[in-house]
Write a protein that binds this ligand. Structure first.
Ligand code: DC
Length: 199
């Protein structure tokens, strides 16, 4: 039996942490779909054509060095505006979502485009200032620059024509600005448990 949890939201809102915790709690497989775009962005930075890079992606590419940097995030956000790149990655994500045993996918368009039928949809967000502070704790650098990059990425991810970042109509909004990680995870777990009980 498949069971899909779709977790969308802007950069550094806590999607990844919540997704990993939920996957561990329920024994679901987890796919960080941002890594797909980061891997394509890295190949394009190395000279590949965007669509060809997306079509040629293999699992080992998701473990490439340097995919977690701010720079890799910006490169990912840029290639993610290209419809052919997005189209090339759809099938893999849908197959992953429907595997037996359950799956959690986190990204920007999981509840709206990739898995509109997901059993649970969460939209995890937080203020740009809180997200920039979290990112700065991870990567360091100049705080104002980190905030500017968060805002720039939000604008591109929300403003693109193809599959822009937005909550699905039936998504539950989880604002983590003033929530601890434990409290945010507890809310996500409660939602999934309720949905599993209701069948
Ligand atoms: O979640 P992340 O920061 O690793 O994502 C990097 C970029 O990839 C993000 O700015 C936009 C793009 N992305 C996307 O367009 N759709 C997804 N499902 C996941 C990521």
């Amino acid at each position: 039996m498949s069971f899909t949890v779709a977790i969308d939201g802007p950069a550094a809102a806590g999607k990844g942490t919540i997704s990993r915790a939920v996957a561990a709690r329920f024994g679901f497989a987890h796919l960080d779909t941002g890594l797909l775009y980061r891997a394509v962005g890295a190949k394009v930075a190395a000279g590949a054509a965007p669509e060809a890079a997306a079509l040629a992606l293999v699992p080992a590419d998701l473990e490439g060095p340097g995919l977690r940097t701010l720079e890799a995030g910006q490169a990912a956000s840029r290639v993610a505006t290209i419809p052919e790149v997005r189209a090339a990655l759809v099938e893999f994500q849908r197959r992953f979502a429907r595997q037996p045993g359950g799956a959690v996918l986190d990204g920007r368009d999981i509840g709206t485009v990739i898995c509109p039928e997901a059993e649970v949809k969460l939209y995890v967000t937080a203020s740009a200032e809180v997200r920039a502070h979290r990112r700065w704790l991870e990567v360091g650098g100049e705080p104002a620059q980190v905030l500017a990059e968060v805002r720039e990425r939000d604008a591109r991810d929300m403003g693109r024509a193809d599959a822009p970042l937005r909550p699905a109509d039936d998504a539950v909004i989880l604002d983590t600005s003033d929530l601890s990680i434990d409290a945010a995870v507890a809310q996500a777990v409660a939602l999934i448990e309720a949905r599993r009980k209701s069948g």
